[in-house]
Design a protein around this ligand. Structure first.
Ligand SMILES: C=C(O[C@H]1C=CC=C(C(=O)O)[C@@H]1O)C(=O)O
Length: 437
């Protein structure tokens, strides 16, 4: 029987590959994982290897990892979901036996993860340890096999042609456009620059997969359409995020903070104008600075010298311009990437400033649970290093084929509700177009 693992029985449960149910077991019981990584010539077209559903993927500019099968699964919920995950992962890593012949970020033991936005979310937060990982980074490729207990090695996947599902049409979900406009106005009435300076409000759109429910083609469309974003998939939660919440590599910590957006121009001249207008907009600079300061404040206790670029730059995506700042520091207290996502989440790019007031207003004005939207999504290695994005431009595909996508916008005193609504429409574009077939 595959291993069953619970880091803290009240908050988390886990199961091995093929296990039909979940059982709480004592804290000391951790899966004994055997991990072996070997160098391979190259990974041919990762995207063509993906299974139809429940893919594990982390990819940017062709580099990254795809996971196959499930050697172990850890589930968490509630306000301590990230600290529980950090503690559980330390125990899993300490109990694992690892042979890593390549030693690059992502080789050896890894788990793919996604965490719910809200402390009260019914959505589970997960770390999934795959049975097989194919990875590529900076011209080096590898194959990792991970076995739980006496399980036999899982097969290495072979290429297949993804079956394009019928185009999915999205309609307004909870908080349709008119209600979103009203919610933004309500938020503007509450922004006083003291008790609340910024809040990020999101809305939902809903579609349904019909026919063959193969979402590998959706991931291909996202990865090719948005190559500079992190294309991710964990537990049928998929998307293409431009925002790095935190990356930790051998004590170096980095982040890319985004906040402040503008539509792309329709030709080179208007596009440049749009970028310039964004760079010089006081409203967007304010919105951006709240997000940068929230990241610096959260990282400082762990990385006292952490800094951000002096001025934000404009980041060009196919659908939008964003104001962006890169952050860098050195981890001084041994924090893992999971410790740091716990420290950072939720940043002012997805919640607001100050955080408690913004989160309370989100709960009041958004009539839906965000699930894993705007939560951390990424991967962690056996040494605690890892890369985590904020889950943006994403959707959750539910078991019955319902697809729920979310997009939000930062509201500050100078915001105009109609502009914020238009911005969310642009942010839905990656998902809407990837599902359009
Ligand atoms: C909340 C979202 O975007 C955030 C990230 C970049 C720019 C943002 C903005 O300009 O409002 C948001 O802070 C979203 O995509 O759903």
């Amino acid at each position: 029987m595959p291993p069953v693992y619970s880091a803290t029985p009240t908050a988390c449960r886990a199961r091995g590959d093929g296990y039909a149910g979940s059982v709480s077991v004592p804290e000391q019981t951790v899966p004994a994982l055997t991990v072996s990584t070997v160098a391979i010539d190259d990974v041919e077209s990762t995207l063509e290897l993906l299974p139809p559903r429940r893919q594990l993927l982390w990819l940017r500019r062709g580099d990254g990892m795809a996971g196959f099968g499930e050697a172990a699964r850890l589930e968490f919920s509630g306000p301590t979901r990230m600290t529980d995950a950090a503690a559980a992962w330390r125990r899993v890593a300490a109990a694992a036996s690892v042979e890593d012949g390549i030693g690059v970020p992502g080789s050896g033991l890894i788990a793919f993860g996604a965490f719910a936005f809200s402390d009260h979310s019914p959505a589970t937060s997960v770390l999934v340890v795959p049975s097989v990982v194919l990875g590529r980074r900076n011209g080096r490729a590898w194959l990792t096999r991970i076995r739980a207990g006496n399980d036999i090695d899982a097969p290495v996947p072979s290429t297949r042609s993804a079956v394009h599902s019928a185009p999915v049409a999205f309609t307004a979900g909870a908080l349709p456009p008119d209600a979103f406009l009203a919610a933004v106005d309500a938020a503007l009435n509450r922004i006083d620059g003291v008790g609340l300076s910024k809040v990020v409000l999101a809305r939902e759109i809903v579609g349904r997969l019909t026919g063959p429910a193969d979402t590998a083609a959706v991931l291909s469309a996202l990865a090719t359409g948005y190559p500079d974003c992190w294309t991710f998939a964990v537990d049928d939660f998929l998307g293409s995020s431009p925002e790095t919440l935190v990356a930790v590599t051998k004590r170096t910590v980095t982040a890319r903070v985004l906040a402040g957006s503008a539509a792309r121009g329709t030709d080179a001249a208007t596009d440049q104008q749009a970028s310039l207008a964004l760079a010089t907009s006081a409203k967007d600079q304010d919105e951006h600075q709240y997000a940068v300061q929230s990241v610096l404040a959260a990282l400082r206790p762990h990385s006292p010298g952490v800094t951000s670029s002096e001025q934000p730059f404009t980041l060009r995506l196919p659908n939008l311009w964003h104001l962006a700042s890169d952050v860098e520091g050195t981890v001084a207290d041994g924090s893992s990437s999971l410790d740091l996502i716990d420290a950072l989440h939720p940043t002012a790019a997805v919640a607001g400033t100050p955080t408690p007031a913004a989160v309370a207003l989100i709960e009041e004005l958004e009539p839906f649970d965000r699930g894993r939207y705007a939560g951390p999504v990424g991967w962690v290695g056996g040494d605690g290093d890892g890369e985590w994005a904020i889950a943006l431009r994403c959707c959750q595909v539910e078991p019955d084929g319902t697809v729920r996508a979310y997009a939000g916008a930062g509201i500050v005193a100078e915001s105009v509700a109609e502009h914020e609504l238009a911005e969310t429409s642009l942010k839905f574009r990656p998902i809407v177009e990837a599902f359009a077939g």
